[in-house]
Write a protein that binds this ligand. Sequence first.
Ligand code: Q46
Ligand code: ZN
Ligand code: ZN
Length: 314
Amino acid sequence: MKCTKCGEPAVINMRQHRLGLCAEHFLEWVPTQVERAIEKYAMFAPGERVLVAVSGGKDSLSLWDILLRLGYPAEGIYINLGVPQGDYSNVSQQKVEQFAAQHGAAFRVVNVQAEYGQTIPQVAHRKRGRSTCSVCGLIKRHIMNQVTREGGYAVLATGHNLDDEAAVLFQNTLHWATGYLARQAPVLPASHVGLARKVKPLIRLYEREMAAYALVRGIDYIYEECPYSRGATTLFYKQLLDQLEETSPGAKQSFYLEFLQARAEGRLLSSEAGEVELHGCSHCGQPTTAPGLCAFCRLWQQEEVNHGDTEYAE
Ligand code: Q46
Ligand code: ZN
Ligand code: ZN
């Protein structure tokens, strides 16, 4: 496969875009996708201070890298959860420190145990009824919100990619969790006093593209996932969506981005969502979506059948 832009050997083939790119053009293309998301969803403006939630993984470190390359004053926040397995928390903190040193980027660390007396697994053990991840999510949200507000940052940016968001959307759709569906967005506004604005600039990019970006760009990240993420239901939904993507390139992208579009246009879950304007067919009088002849009558007129209107079905 050759680069669509210059003909050099491609490092990645993105079937959903019918685009293969060499290393140089791929490293150019990824930030343009991020910039497009930032602008389209009015995430933040040039010059506004952005706090990036970094875990030491490929997505968040790449996001930080991309925002710096785009010229945004992006600082990092790393929360040390105190996960002891495989020295996960300490190794991931080292990756963050290393990245910050290489890029001369400002960051801060909040160590949950040092700050509040217990690690996340210890708190979860004490609260037996709750899973480690739910305790962790709660604590992380609280700390990030606080640091964003108190540090005077315009927004908190997280490294959720399109696969992450599509998996959550899939899960919410399967359960018709309408409240979550209404709120799942690339921008969560500061809708309440004391609530920080949150944004997800990577939502146009697939997970494999983020992995390729980190690799090609030489970003050293922690390969291991958090040990508690094993068996998470979102992983299962990601696999299902990947199967779909395999036979139908672009399925993940359209599933998620068209959901956002439909909701922005008010076509989602409202009582008017399924309503279309109908006209009487000029020949038979039966209802049709386009003025003039209905699709049935056109069929017998030996004209071109598919004019884009549809038969009215009850
Ligand atoms: S860090 Fe925390 Fe995740 Fe680990 S304990 Fe669960 S929620 S899996 S994003
Ligand atoms: Zn090229
Ligand atoms: Zn509180």
